[in-house]
Design a protein around this ligand. Structure first.
Ligand code: ADP
Ligand code: MG
Length: 494
């Protein structure tokens, strides 16, 4: 394997010039995010790295190559094997009535209200599989999966922008301290087509909703959080949909849904304009906080959307297939082989090579092993509840104390995951006017889009939608970009 080239070593006025150039490019191209407590007219540059971060080409290619099989795996959970999924969800609902339980109840009500059938069998997944690099026995770096996200995956818009930014700075010679040559080989700085990819996934759903016609009469409804600071990431997708395909979109919060939409003959409409909605795209609704302003109203809104014939991205079952508990069960090979029966062995090996050990904390034999590990060797593990969106995990030495405070009966709601130990790189994070040159670690996300039939499991489109790299200081456990821990990054392949 070739060695990664070191980062450019710019200092003084050259570094200042590079930062100014980065600022100007980012503001010109919408690589931006609202700051906390924002006014709608002023955004900040999204936190980014100054340089792309090294990533081994072989590991990168593997992450891309395995994605479509992951898409298929999660499709099979929400379709042919939904009774298996539902059994686990029913069990989880006992521990987590207010969220997992409510999602599941909402699914059941939508089906009951439609004579026992899901109101729209077509279903859209915009997924993202997240990985970190980990050193294997032979000392080479390989990808290990952190989690598989099936709802509200973000940064498809900004990932495209940050990779374009780094490509520009490199190709225009601004990383070169002496001349103005590209510092990296241009082929080694890939541009992520994630913006195009996610938009194409939504366009697929609009096409299949309209009986395989590209229609610009129907619209896509984005369900968004109030005060979303990362709205430009979503806006890039909306602009791409409109510019490239002529598809209009609307944005509503869960609180606004009842007032501003109606269902007529099963179809969902925007009340004011009577635009028919082909796809409901959730960029909210994945965590309990999204419902808490007025639970009765917001859960009613979710049911209302679920009861319509608009294609949901994701459907409730698809969303629930992405829970951490399911990820844990899927580390058992015989289980996955059942769900992906026609995938050849070498492809299955590839998929499994991305897993680290994940244990249940239930009454099973494996659960007993896990409980011992959690208390005796906590420094090797992270404990995760069934939550999305960052800030929920318990790390290393904090695990035993945390578990001891819990009622033993509630331990089964958690999974215990082996810690991945990624390499660190001394890149720089640019955040507002600060340049922080410290060790960072990175998480690669691979996007995938899949349009399928939840009744039959038939897959209409299954696509790879490129990638995202997020980085954070190696001293912090979690990497939320909006939450202020991390930043968006891009890749230097070596
Ligand atoms: P969330 O649904 O909150 O995004 P994740 O499973 O992605 O939950 O965990 C959040 C963050 O915690 C990840 O982005 C990563 O930085 C860190 N993390 C999670 N699992 C591991 C692991 N097994 N090893 C090392 N870091 C991890
Ligand atoms: Mg995550």
């Amino acid at each position: 394997m070739s060695e990664a080239k070191d980062f450019p070593q710019l200092t003084g006025p050259e570094l200042d010039g590079l930062i100014e150039s980065l600022h100007h490019w980012s503001l010109s191209h919408g690589l931006v995010m609202y700051p906390p407590g924002f006014k709608s007219y002023a955004a900040d540059i999204a936190p980014v790295t100054l340089y792309p971060t090294p990533f081994p080409r072989k590991a990168f290619e593997k992450a891309l190559s395995v994605q479509q099989n992951f898409n298929r795996l999660y499709v099979s959970l929400a379709s042919q094997f939904k009774s298996w999924l539902i059994e686990i969800i029913e069990e989880l609902s006992k521990y987590d009535k207010d969220f997992t339980g409510m999602l599941y109840e909402t699914y059941k009500k939508a089906v009951e209200g439609n004579n026992g059938k899901i109101p729209q069998p077509l279903s859209l997944g915009l997924f993202r599989s997240d990985y970190m690099l980990h050193k294997g026995a032979d000392n080479s770096l390989d990808i290990k999966q952190i989690e598989f996200n099936t709802v509200s995956v973000s940064f498809g818009g900004l990932s495209n922008k940050v990779s374009l930014l780094h490509q520009f700075l490199n190709s225009s010679g601004q990383y070169d301290s002496e001349y103005s040559y590209p510092y990296y080989e241009e082929d080694d700085i890939p541009v992520s087509q994630s913006l195009e990819g996610l938009s194409l996934g939504l366009k697929d759903a609009n096409y299949y909703y309209n009986d395989e016609q590209d229609s610009t009469k129907t619209v896509i409804l984005f369900i968004v959080q109030n005060g979303e600071r990362n709205c430009f990431d979503q806006r890039h997708v909306e602009y791409e949909l409109f510019t490239k395909y002529g598809i209009k979109s609307y944005r509503l919060s869960l609180e606004e849904v009842s007032l501003k939409t109606s269902i007529n003959g099963g179809k969902l409409y925007i009340k004011k304009t009577m635009d028919e909605v082909s796809v409901v795209y959730f960029r909210s609704g994945y965590s309990p906080q999204d419902y808490e302003s007025d639970p009765e109203q917001t859960w009613k809104a979710r049911l209302h959307l679920e009861s319509s014939q608009a294609i949901k991205c994701p459907s409730i079952l698809t969303q629930l297939s992405g829970t951490k508990k399911i990820q844990q069960v899927l580390t058992q090979r015989e289980v996955v082989e059942k769900f992906l029966s026609d995938v050849p062995k070498e492809k299955m090996d590839e998929l499994f090579s991305t897993f680290v050990d994940i244990y249940p904390l239930d009454d099973s034999e494996l659960g007993d092993v896990a409980k011992r590990l959690a208390l005796e060797q906590p420094e090797r593990y992270v404990l995760k509840p069934q939550r999305e969106g960052g800030g929920n995990n318990i790390y290393k030495e904090n695990i035993p104390g945390f578990l001891e405070k819990l009622d033993k009966a509630d331990w089964a709601a958690y999974i215990l995951m082996e810690l991945i130990e990624p390499p660190t790189y001394r890149n720089s994070i640019v955040r507002q006017n600060e340049v922080i040159r410290k060790d960072i670690i990175s998480e690669l996300g691979i996007f995938g889009t899949v349009l399928f039939d939840e009744d039959t499991g038939e897959i209409k489109e299954n696509r790879n939608a490129d990638w995202l790299l997020r980085s954070k200081l190696s001293s912090s456990n979690e990497g939320g970009v909006a939450a202020g821990f991390g930043c968006v990054d891009s890749i230097y392949l070596y």
